[in-house]
Write a protein that binds this ligand. Structure first.
Ligand code: ADP
Ligand code: MG
Length: 247
C-alpha cells in the first residue's frame, strides 16, 4: 500500500497521469493476469502516450475556436451534390495543407459551407494540425482591437501560428476601408505559410465591391488564389429543407 502511494506520488511529479490515476488497478490486473514485466511496462507507456495525445488534441480543438462541432461523416453528399465523395476523400488526407493550398467555398445560405469548413478543420486537428476558426466579422474585430484587448491579441497570435486558418462568412457584413487594409496585411503575412479556408455568399467577382478597392482586391485574390481550390456550392438550403416545426 505504501509503495503504491509512493508510485502515485512519483508518477504525479513526472506528470504520468495515467499511472498516477490507475496505479492500483494496473498492479492488481498485472497480478491477476500474470502479465510479463515487458508487457506491463509497454502497456503503461502506451497508455501514457495515448492519454497525452488525447489531451493535446482536446487543447487544439479548444484553441481552434469552432462555434459548434460538425463532422465530415455527418455531411450528406446526396444533399450537397457540388462536391464528390472523391474530393472529400482527397481533402481529408490534408495533403493540401502541407502544400499550402487554400480552399474557397462559395454559395448561398444553408448549403453547408460552415459545416464543411468546420468538419475539415476538425479533421485537421485530429491529424495534429494547428487550426484557427473565425468569422470574418470576429477576425476584423480582433485585428482592430489587438492593441487594446488581450483576448484579441491572443486570437491573432493564434491565427498567425496556425497551419490552417478558417475564415467563415466573408461578405455578410460590410467592410470598411481600414478593415480591408488590415485584411490585406493579414493575408500577406499568412501567404505561403498558412492554408486558408474562406467561405462566402458572394462570388469572387463581387469581392471588389466588398473590399472597396480594385487594386487591393486584386492583391488579395492574387495571393489567395495562387494555390487554391474553389467550390461553388449550389442547391437548396439544408436548413429550409430540414426545417423542424414546433407543431
Ligand atoms: P451555410 O454556412 O452554407 O449557410 P451551414 O453549414 O451552416 O450552411 O448549414 C446549415 C445547417 O444545415 C447546419 O446545421 C448544417 O450542419 C446542416 N447542413 C448543411 N448542409 C448539410 C449536408 N450536406 N449534410 C448534412 N447537414 C448539412
Ligand atoms: Mg455559414
Amino acid at each position: 500500500m505504501e509503495k503504491l502511494e509512493s508510485i502515485k506520488d512519483h508518477a504525479k511529479k513526472l506528470k504520468l497521469n495515467y499511472l498516477n490515476t490507475n496505479a492500483d488497478s494496473i498492479v492488481e490486473n498485472a497480478d491477476i493476469n500474470n502479465i510479463s514485466y515487458q508487457n506491463l511496462l509497454l502497456s503503461i507507456l502506451e497508455n501514457e502516450v495515448d492519454l497525452r495525445e488525447k489531451k493535446a488534441q482536446e487543447r487544439r480543438v479548444k484553441a481552434a475556436g469552432f462555434p459548434v462541432l460538425k463532422t465530415i461523416e455527418e455531411f450528406d453528399l446526396t444533399f450537397q451534390r457540388s462536391i464528390t465523395q472523391r474530393q472529400i476523400n482527397s481533402l481529408i488526407e490534408m495533403d493540401w495543407i502541407d502544400r499550402m493550398y487554400n480552399l474557397i467555398l462559395l454559395g448561398p445560405p444553408g448549403v453547408g459551407k460552415s459545416h464543411l469548413c468546420i468538419a475539415l478543420g476538425y479533421k485537421a486537428v485530429e491529424m495534429g494540425y494547428k487550426v484557427s476558426f473565425t468569422t470574418m466579422d470576429n477576425l476584423m474585430h480582433c485585428l482592430k482591437t489587438q492593441e487594446i484587448s488581450r483576448k484579441s491579441k491572443g486570437k491573432i497570435n493564434n491565427v498567425l501560428s496556425s497551419s490552417l486558418l478558417i475564415i467563415d462568412e466573408l461578405g455578410y457584413l460590410p467592410i470598411s476601408r481600414e478593415e480591408a487594409n488590415l485584411f490585406f496585411q493579414l493575408i500577406s503575412a499568412l501567404h505561403e505559410q498558412t492554408s486558408l479556408i474562406i467561405t462566402s455568399n458572394k462570388g469572387l467577382e463581387d469581392w471588389t465591391e466588398l473590399l472597396g478597392d480594385p487594386a487591393l482586391t486584386t492583391a488579395v485574390l492574387d495571393r489567395i488564389t495562387y494555390r487554391c481550390e474553389l467550390f461553388n456550392m449550389t442547391g437548396k438550403s439544408y436548413r429550409l429543407e430540414h426545417r423542424e416545426s414546433l407543431f
